[in-house]
Design a binder for this molecule. Structure first.
Ligand code: 6PG
Length: 484
């Protein structure tokens, strides 16, 4: 083995350390660096003891310890810290060397960094890495984008350390230019927010609507994990519900109900608004976290505002089965919306995204890994140009089959006063998406009435705009017809 390192990893927090150990297991020689150098010593004396990891104490030493082209992977906090490291490392590199950012960076930053480093002759990769600590150690899902010239130099390492889907394919492939990798990771996280919110709604319905215990719910989730909902998040939910605190009671019930968020779900919502894509479920999931976090206000309001007093009186077992179907149908809507967003982003940013490939990358290693993603891959294999997952023969069949249960769940939740924003928005989207006509003829009339914004007519060709003087008091001049 050469004395020089194959790749350097900067940042020895939990993700960085575990990625290094994973690379080492796969026969790569990794150079480890951290700004607080004592962490390098701790790592070498601790988890990296007995490995081939080379510890370095300065950027100069790190650069000297690497084979060419040099590969330097940053596993540091997203934001300004990434720029600080790039600015510190880049002057020590040579043309053709590669800087990889493996944090949860914003895709706009990755677009900017790809361009500014290319101007210096350096190749940038912005990559999503999903799977948390366990994924980083045993096989994450890796979503690299950036300068395509860099991909052949990192492909072997990334695909070796990535998780493998059930058919053996690595959960890592080239996503696309500049910010594409981080955009796909952002969308992954947005979908993660949606999945988690849906699961929380199912939990609240069972707990408050049906009065089920944590152990009973744990068993339900374990059972769902054997069927179409088989996924990492359902599996860990079952384990969380079954986990006992020191006093033997369910720990989950002692956790304060205020959700944190680091921003990737919000970015997904912002991007969907900017691109005009109705990604309603992720939006609701983000807002549900915001609502959860205004705990004091909710406590106050709970003393003033009342809700329904009625109790669930139906067949509990049948209703739990209904919830399973409502979850599955809502999940289809959420993923359909996520892929709609990716399609629009690909147009906007001129990325050539491979949707089946993205589903493959998400099949293993990442937080949203599931059997369901295999079905999505099959849908894109059947039709790579699929306009929406909802119209794929398999998924439309499931939606049509689940919808009666889905409607029962939402109707019951509304009657019981249990908030289910994600389940509801998914059904509203389903009903809107399958509607040949929506009430926006009236909305267009309102816009034209008060603002002369003009409208198109069903009896005239598209693109021809009309204005009516609705009151007899307005003028004949219409406002311009641009749409944002
Ligand atoms: C992953 C996760 C991870 C994310 C956390 C926390 O793919 O491993 O998406 O990247 O940072 O889940 O996200 P929030 O703090 O925003 O919930």
């Amino acid at each position: 083995m050469s004395a020089l390192g194959d790749i350097a990893v900067v940042g020895l927090a939990v993700m960085g350390q575990n990625l290094i150990l994973n690379m080492n297991d796969h026969g790569f020689k990794v150079v480890a660096f951290n700004r607080t150098v004592s962490k390098v010593d701790d790592f070498l004396e601790g988890p990296a003891k007995g490995t081939n990891v080379i510890g370095v104490r300065s950027i100069e030493e790190m650069v000297k310890a690497l084979k060419k082209p040099r590969r330097v992977m940053l596993m540091v906090k997203a934001g300004g810290v990434v720029d600080e490291f790039i600015d510190a490392i880049a002057p020590h590199l040579e043309k053709g060397d590669i800087i990889i950012d493996g944090g949860n960076s914003n895709y706009d930053d990755s677009i900017r960094r790809t361009k500014s480093l290319a101007e210096k002759g350096l190749l940038f990769i912005g990559t999503g890495v999903s799977g948390g600590e366990e994924g980083a150690r045993r096989g994450p899902s890796i979503m690299p984008g950036g300068d395509p010239r860099a991909w052949p130099h990192v492909k072997e390492i990334f695909q070796a350390i990535a998780a493998k889907a059930p058919d053996g394919l690595p959960c890592c492939d080239w996503v696309g230019e500049d910010g594409a990798g981080h955009y796909v990771k952002m969308t992954h996280n947005g979908i993660e927010y949606g999945d988690m919110q849906l699961i929380c709604e199912a939990y609240q319905l069972m707990k408050e609507g049906l009065g089920m215990s944590a152990d009973e719910m744990s068993a339900v989730f374990a059972n769902w994990d054997e069927g179409d909902l088989d996924s990492y998040l359902i599996e860990i939910t079952s384990e969380i519900l079954g986990f006992k605190d020191d006093d033997g009671k369910a720990l989950v019930e002692k956790i304060l109900d205020t959700a944190g968020q680091k921003g990737t779900g919000k970015w997904t919502g912002i991007s969907s608004l900017n691109l005009g894509v109705p990604v309603t479920l992720i939006g609701e999931a983000v807002f549900a976290r915001c609502l959860s976090s205004i705990k004091d206000e909710r406590v106050q309001a709970s003393k003033i505002l009342t809700g329904p007093k009625g109790k669930f009186s139906g067949d509990k077992k049948a209703f739990v089965q209904d919830i399973e179907q409502a979850l599955l149908a809502s999940k289809i809507v959420s993923y359909a919306q996520g892929f709609m967003l990716l399609r629009e982003a690909a147009k906007e940013y001129k990325w050539n995204l491979n949707y089946g490939g993205i589903a493959t990358m998400w099949r293993g290693g990442c937080i949203i890994r599931s059997v369901f993603l295999g079905k999505i891959k099959e849908a894109f294999d059947r039709n790579p140009g699929l306009s929406s997952l909802m119209v794929d023969p398999y998924f439309s069949g499931v939606l049509n089959k689940c919808q009666a249960a889905w409607r029962r769940v939402i109707a019951t939740a509304v009657e019981l006063g249990v908030p289910v924003p994600a389940l509801t928005t998914a059904l509203c989207f389903f009903d809107g998406y399958r509607s040949e006509t929506l009430p926006h003829n009236l909305l267009q009339a309102q816009r034209d009435y008060f603002g002369a914004h003009s409208y198109e007519r069903i009896d005239k060709p598209r693109g021809e705009f009309f204005h009516t003087n609705w009151t007899g008091r307005g003028g004949k001049v219409a406002s311009s017809t641009y749409t944002v």
